[in-house]
Design a protein. Structure first.
Length: 284
């Protein structure tokens, strides 16, 4: 097997390949997803795999040109067999052996890519996984970092209610309705109202033991841990850790939100004079 040779980049940016499984990803997250990818490096390759002749992929057709994503058409040759997965895996391996990439972003909630993620990491690439909460844990753990796409989906603002419509609705509800005529033999045949759409669940409970463990592993003799070192340890033991799952955008914000359990301070670095954050677990 040909050995992979890594190509150094003059601009210092990390080169990433973004490979999207259209069968197991939602087009509604694409803007947030690409913004998240930009935090880790430059998306040199953006490809999406699926059968775009089907009606189910209509959502993706509308965003491919806008975000310069190259579609890779893959027909379903045999019913029950997912040819899309095979095409994505083959491309990932080909890109890996070019040596031009520092990492890959696998966008799917399918556990079939678990071995691919493992193989890419064995070759020295950083693997960023993106998928929904339903993603099986083996795939999550096979990635260096896993981001749930629910935290990337932009919330659509509720449409404003016109004043006239609101008044008309209030007037209608204020009018008394005639009571139904009771009958001794009739039974209720009214259909039940449709169940309301479930709203996204709130923030998850604080993972206190996990945070305390990360601080302990990264702390000095006095119990203070560098926030960056602590965050790196969190990603190693729990690739899907994300402060946004707990209602905060940053790890520092999450820790400051719970002063009973954590103390966060700033220290100046020498000789640059910049400031870095340190955290300490409290007994409370």
């Amino acid at each position: 097997m040909k050995a992979r040779t890594h190509v150094a980049h003059d601009d210092g940016q990390r080169r990433l390949a973004v490979l999207i499984d259209a069968d197991n990803a939602q087009a509604s997250v694409i803007e947030g997803l690409l913004a998240e990818v930009a935090k880790y490096g430059l998306a040199s390759v953006k490809r999406i795999y699926g059968d775009f002749t089907t009606q189910q992929q209509g959502q993706w057709k509308k965003v491919l040109l806008k975000h310069s994503i190259s579609p890779v058409q893959q027909f379903a040759y045999t019913s029950g067999k997912n040819a899309t997965d095979s095409a994505l895996i083959i491309d990932a391996m080909d890109l890996m052996y070019t040596g031009r990439f520092d990492g890959m972003c696998l966008v799917s909630s399918d556990s079939d890519f678990t071995r691919l993620a493992q193989r890419l990491r064995e070759e020295g690439l950083t693997v960023y996984g993106f998928g929904e909460h339903k993603t099986p844990d083996p795939f999550v753990q096979a990635c260096d970092k896993f981001i749930y796409t629910e935290v990337l989906r932009a919330e659509a603002p509720e449409p404003p209610v016109p004043v006239k419509s609101a008044r008309a609705t209030a007037a209608k509800t204020a009018k008394p309705r005639p009571a139904p005529t009771p009958t001794s033999t009739s039974t209720s045949t009214s259909t039940p109202e449709a169940a309301p759409v479930a709203k996204p669940s709130g923030p998850l409970p604080l993972p206190l033991k996990l945070l305390q463990q990360a601080i302990e592993e990264a702390s000095d003799e006095e119990g203070w841990a560098h926030l960056g070192t602590m965050g790196a340890y969190l990603n190693k033991i729990k690739p899907n850790f994300d402060p946004r799952l707990y209602g905060q955008k940053k790890l520092s914000d999450l820790l400051r939100k719970h002063p009973r359990h954590f103390s966060v301070i700033e220290r100046e670095t020498q000789p640059a004079g910049g400031k870095v954050l340190f955290v300490k677990a409290l007994d409370g």
